[in-house]
Design a binder for this molecule. Sequence first.
Ligand code: BQF
Length: 296
Amino acid sequence: MANLIDGKAISAQVRADVRADVDAWTAQGHRPPHLAVVLVGDNPASASYVRGKMKASQGAGIDSETLKYDTDLSEAELLQLIDRLNHDDAVDGILVQLPLPDHIDADKVIQSLNPDKDVDGLHVVNAGRLATGQAGFVPCTPAGIMELLDRSGINLSGQRAVVIGRSNLVGKPLANLMLRKGTDATVTVCHSRTRDLPAVAREADILVAAIGRAHFVTADMVKPGAVVIDVGINRIDDATRERGYRLVGDVDFEAVKEKAGWITPVPGGVGPMTIAMLLRNTLTAAQRLAATRQTV
Ligand code: BQF
């Protein structure tokens, strides 16, 4: 039976640490960090994620605002809004909640952000900084996974890590983080075309599932004692639940927990860490921007 990696508890520690660092920052005479969250349309899951982000930032002493727009907001209007936030010295972090409506080119919007306010770490400049070992913003989910491993005392040096999923949001940045000097994992990234994926997965000391398919990782794909990190958040219809669905990960938790050494649950694993790292990134943005404003 695996050790449970309790993302809910660990994220509470991270949030408390950020809160203490925000308090120290404001005690030095700085205004609180300010996060602007842009929400377009009426996707209920997005609205719920944004509410969670607002609540968490307030709990950490971060000022946050949601800029909420109807689905019919044009791309040009959104770009204009971003331009205003980019130039607003009262705003430290800008987060555009994804997905955006189909008529808006999400990538164009992300690339219009000031990279130094891009607390989601999705701008190509931040991807490039991560890939080349420069200081920038790391996407919150991969950053949260690294924090979970670190705070669980799991050392990656020389370990074989297998990441299933090659997205710009999770798989690719996570692979870069695990590869970095000082972390030193040997990283394999798998995807839908990987030949004999179960055999590759079985080689993993650290197995990360970021596919977006419920119960994709089964017990036969897991090396005994491996660390299994489940990034998936899949809705499964369940009439016995109040909301009519339940959340499951990309890992068949019940079977895999018997074989793994460590495992994250869904919910309460990686998800809460994503939010905690957003707060950390927002404080970092405020501190870096304050330093640059002083020197110019
Ligand atoms: C938990 C997200 C897919 C697409 C867009 C806590 C979150 C989720 C789960 C959360 C996610 C997923 C977010 C739990 C933010 C993570 O207890 O397990 C928090 O709020 N997330 C998002 O903003 O956009 C998404 C997943």
